[in-house]
Structures are given as C-alpha cells and as structure tokens.
Design a protein. Structure first.
Length: 292
C-alpha cells in the first residue's frame, strides 16, 4: 500500500508539472551537440556535484530570452532537471527536496526578476548553490556585478558563483566571481577555478558580523545574573551560554537587546530586525534557532 501511495503521489506531481505553461521536468541527456558553453557548464556542474551531491538541477531563464544558451542545455549527469521562467513559482523544498543546484541565465538588468523568482523557489533553502550565467550582457560589467550583489543581500543568498564568457569566440575563456556573504556581501574575482573549493562553507566564519540577541529571560533557559567582579549584568541561562559560545566559535559580534523578563519575543520584532538587515538570535524556550 505504501508503494502504491508513493507512486500515485509521484504520478499526480508529474501531471501537475506537465501542465505548467512553458515549464517542464526532464531527465538529463548527453545527446545535445557539443559547444564550448555547454561543455564548460557540464564540466563545471560535474565539479560542483563532486564537492557535494544534489538531487535537482533548477534552470531558470526568462520566457522571452530566446538566445540563452540554457534554452537547449542538458546536463550530462543523471540529475533531474526542472526548467522554470520568471512567472512560475515552485517551492522546491516542499515539492521536491532540499538538495538542489540553481542555474540562472542573465543577459540584462531586466533579468533581475529571475532572482526575485529564485528567492521564492528557494524558500527556506537560501544556502542552495547558485550559478549565474552572464550571457552577452548589455550593461557595464561592474554595474551588473554590483546589482547581483545587492540582490544577494536582499534575498540572503549565501552560495553564489557568477560565470561570464570573456570572448564571443566559441573557445573563449571564462571569468568567474564568487560571493563572499560576510560581513557584508561582495563578489570577488576567482583567479583559478581549478584551485580550491568552488563553494566554500562561509557560515563557519561570520567575520565579525553583528547579531542581535533577544533573550526572553525565562529561567533556566535565559536569565540575568550579576558579575561579582564588575557588578554588571550578564546572561547566564543554558541557552544564553549556548548562543554566546556559538557566537564566539563562529566569529559573530553578539549585541544583546534588553527586554522585560518573561516577555515573549514577538514575530514582528524578528521581521523588523530582518528589515534593518540585522542578524537575529532569539534566546528562550520559544526560540531555539539562530537566524541570520
């Protein structure tokens, strides 16, 4: 019965995806004629998968962009490929799985809508590895990279690589840029893509990024005590110490916001901190997770 139920669910999901206009799911194929761009992307994706496996390849391009190399691109690797445009949103984590790679084709600043759609597709998956393919960009490169950096900051993307062909020749070289998200997002040129990890784990070191701690002072998880030497108040609860130790290990500057004892931390307070681009750490029984 379990097998039948699972098969029935997969069949319904497949029918749903097939009805999406302009979007479809494919299994990868190696029958596509070789080109420099497709070969480069296939080799690059292979290296990314060797670092860490993934279960879904999400390809995102504007519906009106008929010149994007991703239009006919098929990965040579046995990984299901989901093709979307800017108008269709699918929660990848809920519908598919939490291990994905996103490949986005951009050629002009109007393609910014793709990153907005991508953020919705990757809801609760902002650590997903993102590859942005810049093709025949019309704007100045620096302005384009600055725009992508701003969007990465707005949508809290953490793992992002930008690839750009430096020549119109089919055998032209490629330039690559990697997002460094902490303490504030910046894109830096990668000198040698073959040297080192493609997608480093940046969240092991937040580089002194400021986080705002909001204790609800509900013992024994969170309470204040008086330091005998200095006479100053300090957080001494079990979760307080856990969060403080986490901040020290991961190089986070922790700033504690004073609140009333036993007062529940409201969700709108967290949203306001996010709006102000602060990291928020909520300390207490209701909140035992760290948001950045």
């Amino acid at each position: 019965m379990l097998v039948l139920a699972s098969s029935h669910r997969c069949f319904i999901l497949l029918l749903l995806l097939l009805q999406l206009p302009g979007n479809f799911v494919t299994l990868s194929s190696s029958l596509e004629p070789a080109s420099f761009q497709s070969n480069y992307l296939n080799n690059f994706i292979q290296n990314v998968l060797e670092e860490k496996s993934a279960e879904t390849l999400l390809i995102l391009k504007r519906r009106q962009d008929r010149n994007c190399v991703l239009k006919e691109f098929h990965s040579h690797h046995l990984i299901p490929t989901l093709r979307l445009d800017e108008s269709t949103i699918i929660n990848i984590k809920d519908v598919f799985n939490s291990e994905a790679i996103a490949l986005v084709c951009m050629s002009e600043l109007a393609d910014s809508m793709l990153l907005t759609s991508l953020a919705k597709d990757l809801h609760r998956m902002r650590e997903t590895r993102i590859i942005i393919w810049l093709q025949d960009i019309q704007s100045a490169l620096n302005a384009f990279l600055e725009f992508i950096t701003d969007q990465a900051s707005n949508y809290n993307f953490l793992s992002l690589i930008v690839l750009r062909s430096t020549s119109s020749d089919v055998n032209g070289s490629m330039a690559a840029y990697r997002l460094h998200p902490f303490p504030s997002p910046t894109l830096k040129r990668i000198i040698d893509m073959n040297n080192g990890v493609i997608f480093p784990i940046f969240w092991r070191n937040f580089r002194n990024k400021t986080a705002v701690g909001i204790p609800n002072l509900n013992p024994p998880a969170s309470f204040l005590s008086i330091d005998k030497k200095s006479g100053k108040k300090k957080l001494s609860g079990l979760l307080d110490k856990l969060i403080i130790e986490f901040a020290m290990i991961h190089n986070i500057y922790l700033r504690v916001q004073e609140v009333e004892p036993l007062r529940a931390v409201e969700d709108n307070e967290i949203l306001e901190l996010e709006r102000l681009r602060h990291a928020a750490i909520c300390i207490g029984p209701k909140y035992d997770t760290v948001w950045f």
